[in-house]
Design a protein around this ligand. Structure first.
Ligand SMILES: N[C@@H](CCC(=O)N[C@@H](CS)C(=O)NCC(=O)O)C(=O)O
Length: 202
């Protein structure tokens, strides 16, 4: 398998999952700005949406959309416990989290990276993110991970997205449960290895 990624972008989530699952993979660097790969070839040929992550399977098939990719990866290694079994209520709880993270958090952070977004617009998104993070913080009370004691693909995604806070001026000091959770996730060997491979300190 090959993961097309950009350092620190949402592709860090499937990158962490690949390592957590112990699956063999290669990384291919894609620029989300120039839409070029490291060898100068056209990333739009790989994904016409011009976005990471893209997972390329060994038969050449390509899968896009992070929340789907991480479930595909988890299902390749059910014994990893990274996703509850398909069809169970627990699996729907996982999908509930993935959908929340993608629609309420990920796509609220995205405009903060957009130079074309005016400051007044950014303030609206910052307030929205603060509101959602407050709720996430409440949900983490007394829990190690989003689904409870077991680390799941939703944790890889929440860790990745909440990691952007420092870059876009989101104050995280008010979220004590989230802070402890982020430390817990950051301490996992697979997470450390993924961050290091992408050239990120933490
Ligand atoms: N719906 C996609 C969104 C992916 C996405 O937003 N990727 C960003 C990086 S975090 C990207 O490639 N942005 C470049 C662009 O949109 O042109 C998913 O969930 O995978």
């Amino acid at each position: 398998m090959k993961l097309y990624y950009s350092p620190g972008a949402c592709s860090l989530s499937p990158h962490i999952v690949l390592r957590e699952a112990g699956l063999p993979f290669d990384l291919s660097l894609a620029s989300t700005k120039t839409k070029k790969l490291a060898d100068g070839s056209d990333f739009l040929e790989v994904n016409a949406k011009g976005q990471v992550p893209v997972l390329e399977l060994d038969d050449g098939a390509r899968l896009t959309e992070g929340p789907v990719i991480v479930q595909y990866l988890a299902d390749q290694k059910p014994e990893s416990g990274l996703a509850p079994k398909a069809g169970t209520m627990e699996r729907y709880r996982l999908m509930e989290w993935l959908n929340f993270i993608t629609s309420e958090l990920h796509k609220s952070y995205s405009p903060l990276f957009n130079p074309a977004m005016p400051e007044e617009g950014k303030a609206v998104y910052r307030a929205r993110i603060a509101d959602r993070l407050q709720w996430v913080d409440s949900q983490l009370a007394g829990k190690d991970y989003l689904l409870g004691a077991q680390f799941s693909v939703a944790d890889a995604y929440l860790f990745t997205v909440s990691n952007w806070s420092g870059y876009v001026g989101i104050d995280m000091s008010g979220y004590k449960n989230l802070a402890a959770y982020r430390e817990r996730v950051a301490a996992r060997p697979a997470v450390k290895a993924a961050l290091e491979a992408e050239g990120l300190n933490k």
